[in-house]
Ligand binder design. Structure first.
Ligand code: MG
Length: 398
């Protein structure tokens, strides 16, 4: 994976989708309860190799976009949408130009109507860009290809299929090169972004795509997409981990909880920044993958972690989950204390955790309770936090 490169996913969603029938453009139609575009965007938002996601939409679709992406609205990687043009190629060019002010190193261009793009395909495209200025997901053609005669009803000939590939998306490029290529190709009708790159003389690599990475084009495709979704769900297993932590108050003027500093008549005592809520969450994530606890990975005896921000613990736990091809589906934290008041800080806490974990805010829940002035939390000697984390992992082979 390219470590330092800033990589943006540009999702093209400006089409009208007339072939798919139904009311409104197909990318906004629900697929098992969620808009196609939301599923597509989330595949990139959840990918560790993607730093930002921008969607190019039709100028009539502002409301449809807002409704479809509402659950992901606060995702730290989701950038505001931009309006596209008449043809797909115009939309891509406008999308690229919208990024030129703060140009990324790499850009992955993807069709909104391919919601089943998987992390492996995205990763292969990014990796190939370390060697070539362009790389696209594609599959070799296995069917025999026929060319039809003029009326489309009779065979005119058989097309040699060796060396033929079906182009999918994402199609990834070095940003400056593809921006220049698209600007040079304006007004010429080319079929995909690889064709634009080829016209500019850029080398474009083929990397294996995935058969499931289908494009929803016709109305019938929605039926196939629902079947794929059902099968995909059975390819994962879900595990839950729990965590619990307590820290004592000592003289100070603020506590740090879920990465947020809250003014208080005391601070939390501990080796790191003593963020009990983030420690409980980290242990929950580690628990879900049976990877011990924080202390195993960051021994408190090691002076290296003195005063450390707790985000490094949570980032480590998330890296271990993603190393297994997994992700955190949801987490729920309960902070137990009489004071400080947690509620006014909940939104900031959820946003901070979502950013650290690289997941959308809707996947993060933060709650608080008191113990009715009973026990050590009731006496305000310290506070406690508990957490659960639900992790999705690839199902083990049968
Ligand atoms: Mg702790």
């Amino acid at each position: 994976m390219t470590v330092s490169a800033r990589t943006i996913a540009l999702i093209v969603a400006a089409g009208r989708g007339v072939r798919a029938g139904g009311r409104g453009p197909k990318q906004y139609r629900p697929l098992a309860g969620r808009a196609v575009l939301a599923r597509t965007a989330e595949a990139f938002l959840d990918h560790a190799g993607i730093d930002g996601v921008r969607v190019v939409i039709h100028r009539d679709d502002d409301d449809l976009y807002e409704a479809a992406l509402a659950p992901l609205r606060k995702h730290p990687k989701l950038m505001p949408p931009v309006h596209g043009g008449v043809e797909r190629q115009d939309s891509v060019r406008l999308g690229l130009q919208s990024l030129a002010g703060a140009p990324p190193t790499l850009v992955l261009i993807h069709d909104a109507a391919r919601p089943f793009v998987d992390a492996g395909t995205i990763g292969r495209v990014i990796e190939a860009l370390a060697r070539t200025p362009g790389a696209i997901a594609a599959l070799p053609v296995h069917d025999t290809l026929k060319r039809a005669a003029g009326d489309g009803r009779r065979i005119d000939g058989t097309v040699e299929r060796s060396g033929l590939w079906r182009a999918q998306t994402p199609q990834g490029f070095h940003f400056e090169a593809i921006l220049k290529a698209h600007e040079a190709a304006a007004g010429r009708a080319l079929t995909d972004d690889a064709a634009v790159a080829e016209a500019a003389g850029l080398d474009v690599a083929l990397v294996p795509g995935a058969p499931d990475n289908m494009k929803i084009t016709q109305a019938e495709d929605f039926g196939m997409a629902e079947i794929l979704l059902t099968r995909r769900r059975s390819m994962f297993e879900f595990r839950t981990g729990q965590g619990f932590d307590v820290h004592q108050f000592e003289p100070g003027d603020a506590v740090i909880l879920c990465g947020v500093a809250i003014p208080h008549a005391g601070k939390l005592k501990g080796h790191s920044d003593a963020d009990a809520a983030m420690h409980a969450l980290t242990d929950a994530v580690l628990g879900a993958i049976s990877e011990g606890d924080i202390g195993d990975h960051f021994p408190p005896t090691d002076p290296k972690w003195r005063g450390a921000p707790s985000r490094i613990f949570l980032e480590k736990a998330m890296a271990l989950v993603r190393d297994r091809g997994g992700d955190v589906v949801h987490c729920d934290i309960t902070i137990i204390c009489e004071a400080p008041k947690i509620k006014p800080h909940r939104t900031a806490m959820r946003a901070a955790l979502a950013e650290i974990m690289g997941v959308s805010v809707e996947r993060v829940s933060v709650k608080a309770t008191t113990t009715e002035e009973l026990g050590f939390t009731g006496r305000r000697e310290g506070l406690a936090a508990m957490a659960t984390a639900t992790v999705r992992l690839p199902a083990p082979a049968e």
